[in-house]
Design a protein. Structure first.
Length: 158
């Protein structure tokens, strides 16, 4: 039917078809431009920051804002979780017939700070500097080894 109409009109439909084809590229570019502008406006109006995009939406905000790592509450929570893991490990060992591990002793071992030689040397340098300050103030010097061990013991809560 369409071909018959084109033949009946003497080819005027061909001119219309050519105008539609030539306008197609312009229409595509205009629609793409409007889409990009609309996307940018939507991004600016939404008020979300880039940090919000990476959040896990399965947790509540209060869960993500737990106690900070250095707080007493975080230390207690960490100790409880380690204790639960040790109890579960002992339960598995019990089922296999293996001897159980002392939970308190293992917890103390796992919670102890790891002191490498570089950290020990840095603590030694701090103690020596402290002794120099004490000597300038007229105070007696501290025992370096004992003071290093005291500083290391103080790192337990860190």
């Amino acid at each position: 039917m369409l071909i018959a109409e084109l033949v009946a009109t003497g080819g005027d439909g061909c001119a219309t078809l050519t105008r539609v084809q030539s306008a197609f590229g312009t229409v595509v570019w205009v629609v793409a431009g409007v889409g990009v502008i609309g996307a940018l406006v939507a991004l600016l109006i939404s008020g979300r920051t880039w940090a919000d995009y990476g959040k896990n939406h399965l947790t509540l905000d209060t869960e993500s804002e737990r106690a900070s790592q250095g707080s007493a509450a975080a230390a207690v929570e960490r100790e409880l979780e380690i204790r639960q893991l040790l109890e579960a490990r002992n339960a598995r060992r019990r089922r296999r017939g293996e001897p159980e591990v002392d939970i308190e002793q293992e917890l103390a071992r796992l919670s102890a700070p790891v002191i490498d030689p570089e950290l020990r040397q840095e603590i030694r340098e701090l103690v020596v500097a402290r002794n120099h300050r004490r000597a300038r103030q007229g105070k007696p010097p501290l025992d370096i080894e004992r003071e290093i061990e005291r500083e290391i013991a103080g790192l337990h809560g860190v």
